[in-house]
Write a protein that binds this ligand. Structure first.
Ligand code: XMP
Length: 350
């Protein structure tokens, strides 16, 4: 045994082996360099040029509907498709009752300012009806997705549309394919044929990560408010209401989100938000014992959302957020800060 060990050790250190190892290391380094060279250089102008040709070729004479939530991904998709097919595009904003304060008005105004034909669909009641009695995270995601595509399908039928454009990006596809969660906007990858909803899907950003999507947005001339916008999930505040999604519970998260965003706007983080828990805790309001709501604040740094780090925010900022949330939202008695990175957590709670 000793002999074998010594012999192997001797062989590993021999000049021949050292040369071979150096050669192998060099080859590996060159391979890495070529790989990263290919991956890292993103030619935004070329991407847009190719996408326009591709979209025009696929769409032909048909009409396209773009579901735009106002996030950087869906707005960039909408702008790109609009550039390609002009007035053959109609943008749709579905008001699901789950958006942040002032968001529906902002999105519709932004789309109209880009001279895009825009349709506002008020589907708030229908979405809340679909969430009724549902508490399981995946069940809620599926309910959202189904209602979303049915609503969009109805609009597509009215407009006699052949294609739906949506802002799926690489991170959405990766997480869905890995089975981490079924992102609402990834259909084909989870084996759902979009034609059951009556149309085909156009996903021009499917191969890009968020930083490159922002480059496309800037190159297309979108306002900074859009190109630098904080990521916000398609199922919106429903992912931040643990347990049943009701109008009252969404209103609590909407207010807390506004507070967190206001108090963290100068931190330059990837994503900041608040989550409402499904369980309750004891607290004191106006000198009386109450059994009230618990909220968690999450502030993370990330570049591509595939991994993330909880930000080490100053205690004063956290304390101020906690004071505002518990004072301005009467039902909240306890406010927590999430210290967990992704992995093991995900960015959203559901
Ligand atoms: P997670 O929670 O998976 O989130 O770490 C990664 C990024 O994706 C956003 N997210 C979604 N975006 N549809 C979307 O469009 C979804 O279903 C969805 N789920 C999560 C999340 O906000 C984060 O930026």
């Amino acid at each position: 045994m000793l002999f074998i060990y010594n012999f192997s050790d001797f062989f590993q250190r021999s000049p021949l082996m050292t040369k071979l190892k150096r050669g192998k290391k060099l080859r590996l380094a060159l391979k890495n360099l070529r790989f990263w060279g290919k991956v890292q250089v993103f030619d935004v102008k070329k991407f847009i040029e190719n996408s326009l040709i591709e979209i025009q070729k696929i769409v032909g004479d048909q009409k396209v509907i773009s579901a735009c939530s106002g996030g950087v991904d869906s707005t960039t998709t909408t702008a790109l498709v609009h550039k390609a097919v002009d007035d053959k595009l109609v943008a749709v904003f579905i008001d699901d009752g789950l958006r942040r304060e002032g968001e529906p008005e902002f999105v519709v105004k932004t789309l109209k300012s880009m001279n895009i034909r825009t349709k506002y669909i008020d589907a708030k009641d229908e979405f809340f009806a679909t969430f009724k009695g549902k508490t399981d995270a995946e069940e809620k995601r599926k309910a959202f997705r189904d209602k979303f595509y049915k609503t969009l399908g109805k609009a597509a039928e009215e407009e006699q549309i052949g294609f739906i454009a949506q802002g799926t990006i690489k991170a959405d596809v990766i997480e869905t394919v890995k089975g981490i969660k079924s992102q609402h906007n990834v259909l084909e990858q989870i084996g759902i044929n979009p034609e059951i909803y009556g149309y085909r899907i156009l996903e021009p950003l499917k191969e890009l990560f968020k930083p490159d999507v922002r480059k496309v947005a800037r190159e297309l001339g979108l306002s900074e408010e859009i190109s630098e916008r904080m990521p916000f999930p398609g199922p919106a505040l429903s992912l931040r209401v643990l347990g049943e999604v009701t109008p009252d519970r969404v209103a609590i998260v909407r207010k807390a989100t506004e507070i967190v965003e206001e108090e963290t706007k100068n931190l330059n983080t990837f994503q900041n938000f608040a989550v409402l828990h499904n369980d309750k805790a004891t607290g004191i309001k106006n000198g009386e014992r109450v059994y009230g709501n618990i909220m968690t604040v999450r502030i993370v740094d990330s570049t591509d959302a595939v991994t993330a780090k909880a930000r080490q925010v100053s205690y004063n900022v956290l304390r101020h957020i906690s004071e505002r949330i518990t004072e301005e939202i009467p039902s909240v008695v306890r406010c927590l800060y999430d210290l967990t990175d992704k992995p093991p957590s995900t960015i959203e709670f559901e």
